[in-house]
Design a protein around this ligand. Structure first.
Ligand code: AMP
Length: 193
């Protein structure tokens, strides 16, 4: 199972990714979590990333590509994973495509027959803002939330068309109870391995 979770901030990506990863016993890889850990540890990467994160902007593509490449090479990522928050831009998606091809052999992951699926959780903006305000994370103040939603629409939403064109998109209504969304995801992905 190779799963990408897309969707705007507050759509429930992290929650659903965590539940399904535990169920399927594969790693849940959240680039936001990796970056936050680097910020707390004040690593060189964390120091570079912090200002972008605090402003609600995306961290530069190259830093994310290095993070993901390193994480994908770890042994626990060999038999599947759920990626939460990556790719978030078209260049990241193109890079990731190439990375997966290099790992699995030419063409192995870029067609509709490969194991990769990209889940989009769709939730209306007013619900997202309310959810994010109640979450209380450091980058969850109203101004940053508005900025993150704008960045999502401009830079990440185009990926929905990217994965739909490759017949890898699984679109799910995320504006329902958490358990209902999990059940629908399980059903939609049950044919995959
Ligand atoms: P998240 O926890 O996924 O909402 O990510 C929190 C913040 O980390 C985002 O607002 C970005 O600043 C940064 N971030 C996480 N993943 C990425 C990514 N794939 N590309 C660029 N920035 C990212």
């Amino acid at each position: 199972m190779q799963l990408i979770f897309m969707g705007p901030p507050g759509a429930g990506k992290g929650t659903q990714a965590q539940v399904l990863a535990a169920l399927w016993k594969i790693p849940h890889i959240s680039t936001g979590d990796i970056l936050r850990a680097c910020v707390v540890a004040k690593t060189p990467l964390g120091l570079k990333a912090q200002a972008y994160m605090d402003a609600g902007d995306l961290v530069p593509d190259q830093l994310l590509m290095d993070i993901v490449q390193e994480r994908m090479n770890q042994p626990d990522a060999s038999s599947g994973w759920i990626l939460d928050g990556f790719p978030r831009t078209v260049p990241q998606a193109a890079f990731f495509d190439k990375l997966l091809c290099d790992v699995s052999g030419a063409g192995g992951t870029s067609g509709k027959d490969c194991a990769l699926r990209a889940v989009n959780l769709d939730v209306p903006d007013d619900i997202l803002v309310a959810r994010l305000l109640s979450r209380g994370r450091q980058d969850d103040n109203e101004e940053t939330i508005r900025r993150r939603l704008q960045v999502y629409r401009e830079q990440t939403e185009p990926l929905i068309a990217f994965y739909r064109a490759r017949e890898q998109l699984v679109a799910v209504d995320g504006d329902r109870d958490m358990e209902v969304v999990t059940a629908e995801l399980q059903q939609a992905l049950s044919g995959d391995s």
